[in-house]
Design a protein around this ligand. Structure first.
Ligand SMILES: Cc1cc2nc3c(=O)[nH]c(=O)nc-3n(C[C@H](O)[C@H](O)[C@H](O)COP(=O)(O)OP(=O)(O)OC[C@H]3O[C@@H](n4cnc5c(N)ncnc54)[C@H](O)[C@@H]3O)c2cc1C
Length: 474
């Protein structure tokens, strides 16, 4: 199914919108153009790198921190995402078998406050990032999806946290948002949404005001996890006692992470303002809405009356490297545009303002992992698997605590102590995962159009789960 061709604006609509406003352009962050030293060097200016800098400064205000970003802060997924700002309540069905009940509870207790904490941060620092807590609404967008929320609800009951989860019948979903394809759903109170690039740019401004030395357009071309750590760029080198690797999907290139990470594409379109059409579908509650496909649709409204609509888990190629197709892929974006109209036929004819994509760093357990490299003075946080807007705030705090060796309880969370599960080695991995990914899409698309899922696709789509990965359908 192909839709309109979304315009390629070169960057996400979010980042363009933010950079048109002086308060989100913020202070200059020049290229690094000479050698320097620092207490801590941070690689990557997405949320993880920036929250790490924030929590380091909170703990030790006098630390000299250098942050190196290849593009501009928020130029990667942190300024391109859907803005769903959640904890891990939606993952609870996987958390218990993966980390045990105590581990799952500890993770939810640590990450649960994060959406409110981000809202409070924006408020305290005058960042108008459109923070809105409308809940996380997972809906059936095909009859085959009905009741897929049951494992989540059962797991929540096991932990005694079911009060935050509400199973909705089709009529209750319709009261919140009307689509001819929606059935029942599950509302999780926890969810908020934000303007992702305004959050990234606001955070960047606060860091520079706090004295973090941010260098943009400064790619790290060579890194030595030695003591001191050394980060070389084309224009200068940084030597630092400690280093933090916060490179998101780009870390898959590193030998240390190659077996624990893989890359998928997520693609989004955003409509022109159409408040009257949003009124017609009755979507006024600000819910972060996703459906129960494996290759998930995620969608939300904006204050100006737009719908931002994304499709996750896409793979334009064998995913051996991150090229321009992860930023814009016409065929993937036409599919996303078509799916938007299938969900909301009243949006046929509403122009699409822009389309873009970004690389998702996927871990086998669908959860991030944090740890140390080299002599222990280099820390890393990677693998958010498409759910990093909220969790990267906790991730930054974990990395700050690890970097300063504070011994805080955060550093004993299972996302730190649990070894990440490995993907198979090449040459099996890339073609194998490509074939499984295609089967997942065939299964999802067949279910969406009411067709029978062919036996081969149904079987292949579930292979990742059979191999113990928390990926794909059960
Ligand atoms: C289209 C899309 C939609 C998404 N929607 C959601 C959502 O709604 N909710 C949610 O929770 N998550 C979502 N995500 C995932 C979320 O955006 C990420 O989990 C989060 O941004 C990860 O932040 P990060 O800082 O770890 O990584 P990144 O944001 O990827 O930051 C890494 C940074 O490293 C920089 N870099 C790369 N190589 C180098 C180098 N050699 N030297 C220096 N810098 C380098 C990159 O330019 C980048 O800025 C989405 C992602 C995409 C792509």
């Amino acid at each position: 199914m192909q839709g309109a061709t979304p315009p390629d604006l070169g960057r996400s609509w979010w980042l363009r919108e933010a950079l048109a406003l002086p308060e989100f352009v913020g202070p200059a962050a020049p290229r690094l153009d000479s050698d320097t030293t620092a207490d801590v060097v941070i690689l990557g200016g997405g949320y993880t790198g920036m929250w790490t800098a924030w929590f380091l400064k909170e703990r030790e205000p006098s630390l000299d921190i250098v942050l190196l970003e290849a593009d501009t802060c928020g130029g990667g997924p942190s300024g391109r995402n859907g803005g769903f700002c959640d904890s891990w309540y939606g993952n609870v069905a996987d958390l218990i078998p993966t980390y045990g009940e105590d581990g799952a509870r500890a993770l939810l207790e640590a990450c649960g406050p994060v959406p409110d904490r981000i809202g409070a941060f924006c408020e305290a620092h005058g960042i108008d990032a459109w923070f809105r807590k409308g809940g996380d609404l997972a809906v059936a967008s095909a009859p085959a999806h009905e009741a897929r929320w049951l494992p989540t609800v059962q797991a929540a009951r096991r932990l005694g946290i079911e009060d935050g989860y509400h199973v909705l019948g089709a009529a209750q979903v319709r009261d919140r948002v009307r689509s001819p394809v929606f059935g029942g759903g599950l509302l999780i109170d926890d969810g908020a949404n934000v303007h992702p690039a305004r959050l990234a740019r606001g955070l960047r401004r606060v860091l520079i005001e706090r004295g973090v030395r941010v260098f943009e357009q400064t790619p790290v071309t060579r890194f030595a996890a030695a003591a001191p750590a050394l980060a070389a760029t084309p224009f200068g080198t940084v030597r630092a006692e400690r280093a933090v690797v916060a490179l998101g999907a780009w870390a898959t290139r590193w030998r240390a992470f190659h077996r624990s990470l893989t890359v998928r594409g997520s693609y989004m379109v955003i409509t022109e303002p159409a408040p009257e059409r949003i009124g017609e579908i009755g979507w006024s509650g600000g819910e972060s809405l996703r459906d129960l496909r494996s290759s998930v649709h995620y969608l939300r409204t904006t204050p100006g009356g737009r719908i931002a609509f994304g499709l996750g888990g896409m793979q334009p190629d064998l995913a051996r490297r991150i090229d321009h197709r992860y930023a814009y892929d016409e065929a993937s974006l036409q599919t996303v545009a078509a799916h938007l109209v299938r969900m909301f036929p009243g949006f046929e004819g509403v122009p699409i303002a822009a389309g873009w994509g970004g690389p998702i760093n996927v871990s086998a357990l669908s959860m991030p992992f944090f740890g140390r490299l080299g002599a222990g003075n280099v820390t890393y946080g990677l693998g958010y698997t498409g759910n990093g807007v909220g969790p990267s705030n906790l991730g930054g705090e974990i990395l700050a605590a690890l970097t300063l060796d504070t011994g805080e309880a955060l550093t004993r969370l299972p996302v730190v102590t649990h070894e990440p599960k490995h993907f198979p080695p090449e040459p099996i991995r890339s073609p194998g995962m490509f074939v499984a990914n295609r089967a997942i899409f065939r299964k999802d698309d067949a279910e969406a159009s009411g067709r029978r899922v062919d036996a081969a696709s149904g079987f292949i789509a579930t292979i990742p789960r059979r191999l113990g990965f928390n990926l794909g359908p059960r």
